[in-house]
Design a protein around this ligand. Structure first.
Ligand SMILES: Cc1cc2nc3c(=O)[nH]c(=O)nc-3n(C[C@H](O)[C@H](O)[C@H](O)COP(=O)(O)OP(=O)(O)OC[C@H]3O[C@@H](n4cnc5c(N)ncnc54)[C@H](O)[C@@H]3O)c2cc1C
Length: 207
């Protein structure tokens, strides 16, 4: 097989459920470096600020983004499902560093073994058939429960918050302010975040 970049994904498609809604300046800079930023930008709301409200509803703080150290505002609104589809379209339509690229969906990496010069991969297609291929590199970007990291004994470092939050995404919202609203009621903190295309996310902390 000729040299190429191969993206292997267990699922049939890119992510469909709502996930990230905020993309930072460093990530947009990375999109610029790989040549996809113009395509992505059509569905990004650049540079939103935050208003903070007391439990009684009065605004006590307004924060607006000013710095553009990497050429983009630090906080920008997007939709992860849209973004992933844009990346997939771009990846499948363009050579990466002049090297042919392909995406194999409905394909699972089920085993791998490091050889002296290459890594040997075993992939399972949707019909259950197995394919063995060799690659110069295997990149472990297989999520929080990464099988690759587990097999290599690499621990996931970091921490998470203890609270549980309920997240609601609305379409065709009437609140089109490109501002995050933080309702700082200790009894029930709530966030309202702007999105592209008249979408809006609400986040409520469970008591
Ligand atoms: C509600 C919610 C809100 C969030 N908000 C934000 C936010 O505002 N900003 C932000 O930066 N982040 C946010 N995040 C986090 C963000 O969505 C994740 O950090 C991001 O999706 C992680 O990307 P990833 O590529 O590392 O992993 P994933 O998105 O999990 O992708 C890994 C992929 O690998 C595939 N895979 C796994 N194992 C195999 C295998 N053996 N063979 C083939 N394929 C395999 C999986 O099917 C999956 O598609 C949010 C997440 C949630 C749930």
């Amino acid at each position: 097989m000729a040299s190429m970049f191969l993206l292997v994904e267990r699922n049939e498609t890119t992510v469909q459920e709502p996930r990230a809604v905020s993309i930072d300046d460093e990530s947009l800079r990375t999109m610029q470096a790989i040549g996809v930023v113009d395509a992505v930008m059509s569905r990004v709301v650049l540079g939103y600020g935050s208003d903070y409200f007391s439990a009684r509803g009065s605004c006590f703080l307004r924060v607006r983004p000013t710095l553009k150290e990497y050429g983009y505002p630090k906080r920008n609104a997007f939709r992860q499902p849209v973004f992933e589809q844009q990346l997939r379209d771009y990846f499948c339509a363009h050579a990466v560093n002049k090297t042919h690229s392909e995406a194999w969906f409905s394909t699972e990496l089920i085993d791998f073994r490091q050889g002296p010069d290459v890594v040997h991969l075993v992939l399972r297609r949707a019909d259950g058939s197995l394919i063995e291929i060799s690659a110069s590199y295997l990149i472990a970007c297989d999520g929080g429960r990464s099988f690759i990291r587990e097999k290599l004994g690499i621990k996931l470092s970091g921490s998470t918050f203890g609270e549980r939050w309920l997240i609601l995404d609305l379409e065709e919202t009437r609140d089109t302010h490109a501002i995050q609203k933080c309702f700082c009621d200790p009894a029930r903190p709530c966030l309202s975040l702007p999105g592209p295309d008249r979408t809006r996310r609400f986040e409520f902390m469970f008591a």
